[in-house]
Design a protein around this ligand. Structure first.
Ligand SMILES: Cc1cc2nc3c(=O)[nH]c(=O)nc-3n(C[C@H](O)[C@H](O)[C@H](O)COP(=O)(O)OP(=O)(O)OC[C@H]3O[C@@H](n4cnc5c(N)ncnc54)[C@H](O)[C@@H]3O)c2cc1C
Length: 427
């Protein structure tokens, strides 16, 4: 139940008709420029992080850095080209097997690269649902044919995914979902409604969670599908959020007919597949967050120092609050590194994902509020950097309202921590 993309909705909905792969292919082709000629060091290299740092510094266009004076909002095609270039250079799909377009590296290199991605305020992925949620679950429950069909185009930025889990009556309590899948001959007939589906307007496929049994069975009788978004009977109705963007949508399924090949996993495997997706989403998705948070703080301080009206605020009492943010960032880094250690030791993260999700979302929301209170003092004659910071942090502030909701609300994470980590009794 991830959110997706910082690209404005006009670029997303206007630039890429659903089901049209041509734009993605063109973008991937365009990206064959510097990335393709850069050789990634081997997995054993101790210098993967340095390699990533150098490559990103050389190849990230200045106008795509949110803290650069010449920043301009990138188009969807530019984001596709950039992410395809990163993949070509060995900085995406790192832990995926080479047979499916990945680089066959380890979670340690993945973390090293994410630290460097976080250091630069580059556009957030426009395909994180595909790369971080759909891809891993297809790798776990998909057939060989599905892995070959879906995984390479996701990494090549030729195929976007959305996640159809939440429904109007099933959010925190996902087991209440009602979207029905009825088996008919060799295929399935789907009817129902999803909501808050991020990136649905640009998605080629939906990772759809459906019910084959009765609602009273809760976690039993669920089935996951890979649904082509251009299948007849699917209707996407965009929803506008507080920041003015239309990055999520309602998605209606009206007697949508699918072949059995669209099924992901065995009948009745839907709930366990969905909980694996949620665990990834809470624990390891966008692993760069702590390092990006640090880069944001550095940007805020740099922008404030560039303008006399704002620099006074730093002297006048904000220093203590900024110190708290520094400590929180360190805490978050520790949580992420601990999760990576557990994964390296082949241990599951389990409920610890809830700790990380609760911590990053609450800390970042509080920081965004602090940043907003600083940039509220920016005037038309303020320094260019201060004006850039005002635009960036105003958006960050508005978006941060959603951070304690998507991927499970704070209350739900607290519930998980109370019951599964602390083993407290249910009231
Ligand atoms: C920006 C954004 C993007 C999203 N993207 C996606 C997406 O791509 N795909 C997708 O499927 N979903 C997506 N979601 C939906 C998201 O997962 C749900 O909003 C979330 O799970 C909460 O569900 P709900 O909105 O139905 O709220 P509800 O579950 O109705 O909760 C309402 C309130 O009640 C509280 N509450 C509920 N249960 C409990 C409990 N047991 N104990 C204490 N308090 C409780 C909640 O914390 C909340 O404050 C997105 C949401 C946002 C904001």
């Amino acid at each position: 139940m991830l959110t997706e993309t910082t690209v404005p909705s006009a670029a997303v909905t206007g630039g890429e008709p659903r089901g049209n792969l041509a734009a993605g292919q063109a973008a991937a082709k365009a990206s064959a420029t510097p990335a393709a000629i850069v050789q990634a060091p081997s997995a054993r290299s101790a210098n993967y992080r340095q390699y990533a740092r150098d490559w990103l510094a050389t190849n990230l266009p200045s106008h795509m850095r949110s803290d650069a004076a010449d920043y301009r909002t990138p188009t969807l095609a530019e984001c596709q080209a950039w992410e395809a270039a990163m993949h070509g250079a060995g900085l995406a799909g790192m832990t995926w097997p080479k047979a499916y377009g990945g680089h066959g590296l380890t979670i340690a290199e993945h973390l090293a690269v994410n630290k460097e991605i976080g250091r630069l305020l580059m556009p957030e992925s426009v395909s994180s649902i595909g790369k971080e949620l759909a891809g891993p679950i297809i790798m776990t429950v998909g057939t060989e044919e599905q892995k070959q069909r879906f995984l390479p185009p996701i990494l090549a930025m030729q195929q976007f995914w959305c996640q159809g889990f939440s429904e109007p009556d099933a959010g925190s309590d996902l087991a209440r979902l009602r979207t029905r899948a009825i088996q008919e001959g060799d295929g399935w007939r789907i009817s129902g409604q999803k909501i808050w589906t991020s990136g649905a307007a640009k998605a080629h496929y939906c990772l759809l969670l459906t019910r084959t049994g009765v609602v009273a069975d809760r976690h039993r009788g669920m089935l996951m599908f890979a649904v082509p978004m251009d299948t007849p009977g699917i209707r996407v109705v965009p929803i506008r959020s507080i920041d003015g963007k239309e990055s999520f949508a309602e998605v209606f399924f009206d007697e949508v007919v699918l072949p059995d090949a669209a099924r992901l996993g065995a009948p009745d495997e839907g709930w366990s597949a969905a909980t694996r997706v949620l665990a990834i989403e809470r624990a390891t998705n966008r692993m760069y967050r702590a390092w990006r948070f640090e880069a944001e703080l550095a940007f805020l301080v740099r922008a404030a120092k560039s303008d006399p009206r704002l620099s006074g605020l730093l002297d006048g009492g904000l220093a203590g609050r900024i110190g708290e943010v520094v400590a929180q960032i360190d805490g978050l880094k520790g949580l992420v590194e601990r999760s990576v250690d557990l994964l390296k030791a082949a241990q599951g993260i389990g409920s610890r994902g809830s700790l990380t999700k609760l911590y990053w979302s609450e800390c970042h929301q509080a920081f965004a509020g602090l940043a907003r209170s600083v940039v509220a003092h920016v005037r038309p004659n303020s320094s260019p950097l201060a004006r850039r910071a005002r635009d960036y942090f105003t958006h960050a502030y508005l978006f941060s309202r959603a951070e304690t909701i998507y991927a499970g609300t704070s209350e739900v994470q607290l519930d998980v921590i109370a019951q599964r980590i602390l083993q407290l009794p249910k009231e």
